[in-house]
Design a protein around this ligand. Structure first.
Ligand code: PLP
Length: 339
């Protein structure tokens, strides 16, 4: 414990109010300079398009405390770029990459005491978001936008070692073929809550979503991307325009290829052809790498490596990824941003 009353070793993924958040307003075609505030509530117009028509998007990234006590971000420019892709899809103004990163850095520095110590596995999770506000009633893009970043200390996904979990294939879709699946917009998540509820009620960690057009291919694993290791040691991850392009997934594609000399590929992953994989996992900022024990589809449970043990390739990818993120393993050029 510490004077914040936070037990760093037992943090989950729960809201904790930290001291400062960043807020900036876009109006009349431009952003203001932005500032840090202490109030964690927002006051917005009752007609705000974010409230009625879901004109909003968000991001998620982490700040890591390294062994020497410094703080670093993992590829924050990629989150900024993805946020701007979400903005394009919902007709919202871009946030310049430098403004996005500066906002994150200001929030980290102002809340430095909340960045968990090295060695606990805990991190400071940053949640940038953009909402369309202003007086409005008809369906059209907002006239005013609020960009904000707040932060929360969060625990490692696994306490006491990596454990595989099982997933349930959902009958619901989280995205449509030409919809917003590749954008990080709230509507995708609201639409997936019912699938998550059903999966959890049946004892599964989360839902697996298939491609919305044919329901034959794996797209997303809860709020994470899927990867599989084939029996001949290839790293495979699904390719689809309705998947959220996971920064962790793209990083693992490079790590598998450049650190472990594996063949890698983005391609269709058919739900009826899982026997080709010896291991499988879910990857994302929150999930990091979560080994998939098995996937239940209808009456059948397909088990990959084991329901209780993590496979060796998954383990070594995980060790390298978190080694890079916490500064213990040399990162590829440009991946680490020192705060
Ligand atoms: C639906 C979905 N898929 C995948 C991911 C993983 O993306 P990333 O690795 O960039 O966190 C996330 C989390 O952001 C997500 O919400």
């Amino acid at each position: 414990m510490n004077n914040l009353n936070i037990d760093w070793n037992n943090l989950g993924f729960n809201y904790i109010k930290t001291d400062y958040r960043y807020i900036s307003i876009w109006e009349n075609g431009e952003w203001d300079n932005g500032k840090l505030v202490t109030d964690n509530t927002l006051s917005i117009e009752e007609g705000a398009p974010a409230l009625h028509y879901g004109q909003q998007c968000f991001e998620g990234l982490k700040a890591y405390r390294t062994k020497d006590g410094s703080i670093q971000l993992f590829r924050p420019n990629k989150n900024a770029e993805r946020m701007n892709q979400s903005c394009d899809r919902l007709l919202m103004p871009h946030i310049p990459v430098e403004k996005f990163i500066d906002a994150c850095v200001q929030v980290i520095k102002a809340n430095e005491k909340f960045v968990p110590p090295y060695g606990t596995g805990a991190t400071l999770y940053l949640r940038p978001f953009l909402i369309g506000v202003g007086d409005n009633i008809g369906l059209k893009p907002a006239s005013k936008f609020i960009f904000s970043v707040f932060c929360i200390p969060v625990g490692p996904y696994f306490k006491g070692g990596m454990k595989p979990v099982n997933f349930l294939v959902s009958d619901y879709d989280r995205a449509a073929p030409n919809g917003t699946g590749a954008a990080k917009v709230g509507g995708n998540y609201a639409g997936s809550l019912i699938a998550q509820k059903k999966a959890k009620a049946n004892g599964f960690a989360d839902a697996i979503f298939l491609d919305p057009a044919t329901h034959t291919k794996i797209e997303e694993v809860g709020s994470a991307n899927f990867f599989g290791i084939t029996k001949d040691n290839k790293f495979i991850t699904p390719l689809s325009p309705s998947i959220l392009p996971s920064i962790t997934k793209y990083s693992l594609l490079e790590i598998a290829k450049d650190y472990f000399n594996m063949e890698v590929s983005e391609e269709d992953v058919f739900i009826n052809d899982l026997d080709r994989f010896s291991e499988a996992g879910a990857c994302g900022t929150a999930a990091v790498i979560t080994p998939i024990g098995g996937i239940q589809m209808g009456e059948k449970l397909h088990v990959f490596y084991s329901e209780t043990e993590v496979g060796p390739i998954t383990k070594k990818l995980y060790d390298t990824l978190i080694g890079i993120q916490f500064g213990d393993v040399k990162a590829p050029e440009g991946w680490i941003y020192k705060v």
